[in-house]
Ligand binder design. Structure first.
Ligand SMILES: Cc1cc2nc3c(=O)[nH]c(=O)nc-3n(C[C@H](O)[C@H](O)[C@H](O)COP(=O)(O)OP(=O)(O)OC[C@H]3O[C@@H](n4cnc5c(N)ncnc54)[C@H](O)[C@@H]3O)c2cc1C
Length: 513
């Protein structure tokens, strides 16, 4: 048996990995976290570098991706993930990151809790996550409202900071809503973002400089690298810049074979490589040819024009995270609703709008500038049960290689009708709120939402299922703590729940170890 590198090896330093590691190191366990392979922590230098990229990659022709996924930082992180072992995908965008902090370096930072209605099919209740939600919210810093129509829907954490001021277009919509509720099944309120408005340890509050898209230099937006700094204060924690290539069962635990050929031994492994990154690592431990499902939350983006704002000015201060959040019940069934967020366009590159208009680039950009003060974007998420994506694992043609992974995107047969009805109801609601949906609303390719789950569901009694603590039935001692272990995906943003669940599993392992 090789010497244990630690009590626990954590693979991945994104939101899930750091959340599982913190309770472990606080309890005195020796934790080695591995991530990345190369140090991709270096900041990209000057603001121009961050916005355009060292090779001007941000100026490449629009490829239909959201502005968030087109930044140099996003291209680096996503490119590094795919550069290693590509995942074949059809009608699906396989998003994964390779780099410290994971996707939280580029995320939108909207956070909310799940309630019992959202947890149907889970072996847990909201009560089981309560302590962990509170711990994570207090740690990452969240701003939002305690007392509007969305407050209870987003959760009960009482450590909220004041939300930043609303942008003018969002404020106009919210004013109309507050004066007259347009539909009893629709609710609108302040967005809840992991964006601080009061300084805290090593982080400065948002100064409304509108630079969110390119990463916040002040650290106002939560990024898991902030928790790595916290972890590094403990002598029993170590971070190594290496990538896990293979997981091998060994006497008294597991060996992690890295791409450098090192072997790290530990009695237990915490796998937090992001849903698709964890799939890559765990696939070789499952049967030779297997079909799994992967859930995503189908998402539509709707441009809105608020005519009352035409002729106004684009704000020169603000943030480009979500301003408002909403929900609309689809039926009286528990958990059957769509939810989403409203964004302003200040702080987003005009090219991402102009490229979608049926005009030449110059004309489209001029029209965008004229309309921008009156524009907002609504994103509408549907529950994961309307996705029908499959993952096929096939033995590789090369001996001793991980299986080939292929993901095919699809939606459930009833989805088109559900989506049409929701879209029509929302269009009526937007009009009552003084906003007109513009042509150009579109569903994103499955996976673009990056709300993935359902691969190794907690509570499923199959070899690829996991127990209540994410421990894979086919691989005892190996705990999945990221989205891959979520049994279902609601229409809400899921990262806060991934973090709370990882924290809950970390606490459990701290007592076991
Ligand atoms: C553009 C965008 C916007 C988003 N906005 C929101 C939002 O507003 N709200 C929300 O709730 N969610 C949002 N998300 C989703 C959110 O970013 C993810 O849910 C979250 O980052 C998942 O955390 P994770 O730790 O499970 O995985 P990741 O963040 O993917 O981290 C995985 C980590 O594992 C490491 N890793 C991978 N493979 C290996 C390996 N073989 N060896 C070692 N390390 C490895 C990676 O380097 C990375 O650090 C967004 C995502 C994107 C892309």
């Amino acid at each position: 048996m090789s010497d244990p590198a630690a009590d626990i090896v954590v693979i991945g330093s994104g939101p899930a990995g750091v959340s599982a590691a913190l309770p472990l190191v606080e309890a005195g366990r020796r934790v080695v976290m591995i991530d990345g392979g190369r140090n991709r922590d270096a900041s990209a230098g000057s603001p121009w570098h961050r916005m355009l990229g060292a090779h001007l990659e941000a100026l490449r022709p629009d490829d239909g991706l959201s502005p968030k996924l087109r930044t140099p930082e996003a291209r680096r992180l996503l490119g590094a993930f795919h550069g290693r072992e590509p995942i074949e995908a059809e009608d699906f965008l396989a998003i994964g990151a390779l780099g410290r902090g994971g996707l939280s370096r580029i995320w939108g930072a909207f956070v909310c809790e799940l309630q019992d209605d959202d947890l149907q099919g889970w072996p847990l209740t909201a009560y089981d996550l309560r302590q962990s939600y509170d711990a994570v919210v207090a740690r990452i810093g969240v701003s939002g409202s305690h007392d509007d129509d969305m407050a209870a829907f987003y959760g009960y954490s009482d450590a909220l900071q004041m939300p930043p001021p609303l942008g003018p277009t969002a404020a106009a919509i919210f004013k109309r809503y507050s004066a007259a509720r347009p539909d009893p099944e629709f609710a609108l309120g302040r967005a809840r973002n992991a964006l601080i408005t009061e300084n805290r340890w090593q982080r400065q509050s948002c100064d409304l400089r509108l630079g969110c898209l390119w990463g916040c230099e002040r650290g106002a937006i939560y990024d898991a690298r902030q928790d790595i700094a916290l972890l590094r204060q403990y002598a029993n924690f170590e971070l190594r810049d290496v990538t896990a290539r293979r997981l091998v069962r060994a006497d008294g635990g597991w060996d992690v074979i890295t791409t450098r050929g090192d072997r790290l031994h530990a009695p237990r492994l915490v796998v937090a490589a992001g849903t698709l990154g964890s799939l890559r690592l765990v696939a070789p431990l499952l049967g030779p040819a297997l079909e799994l499902r992967v859930l995503n939350s189908p998402v539509m983006a709707v441009p809105l024009l608020v005519p009352g704002r035409l002729g106004g000015k684009l704000p020169d201060a603000g943030h480009s995270l979500a301003q408002l959040g909403f929900r609309l019940a689809c039926s009286t069934k528990p958990g059957d609703y769509v939810s989403g967020a409203i964004y302003e366009v200040a702080g987003l590159p005009p090219s991402s709008f102009a490229a979608r208009m049926p005009l030449g680039r110059r004309a489209a950009t001029e029209i965008f500038h004229a309309l921008a003060p009156a524009l907002a974007i609504a994103t509408v998420y549907f529950p994961g049960r309307y996705s029908a994506n499959t993952v096929t694992l096939r033995p590789s043609a090369q001996a001793d290689q991980a299986p080939d992974i292929e993901v095919r995107g699809a939606v459930a047969p009833e989805f088109d009708e559900v989506a049409r009805t929701a879209r029509e109801r929302l269009a009526r609601i937007w009009r009552r709120l003084g906003a007109r949906p513009l042509p150009g609303a579109a569903f994103a390719t499955a996976g673009t939402d990056a709300h993935l789950g359902g691969l190794f569901p907690m509570g499923l009694a199959a070899p690829h299922g996991t127990n209540n603590y994410g421990e894979l039935h086919a691989a005892p001692g190996l705990h999945l703590v990221d989205g891959s272990a979520l049994p279902t995906i609601p229409s809400k943003f899921t990262t806060l729940t991934i973090m709370a669940n990882a924290d809950r599993i970390g606490r459990y392992l701290a007592e076991l170890a």
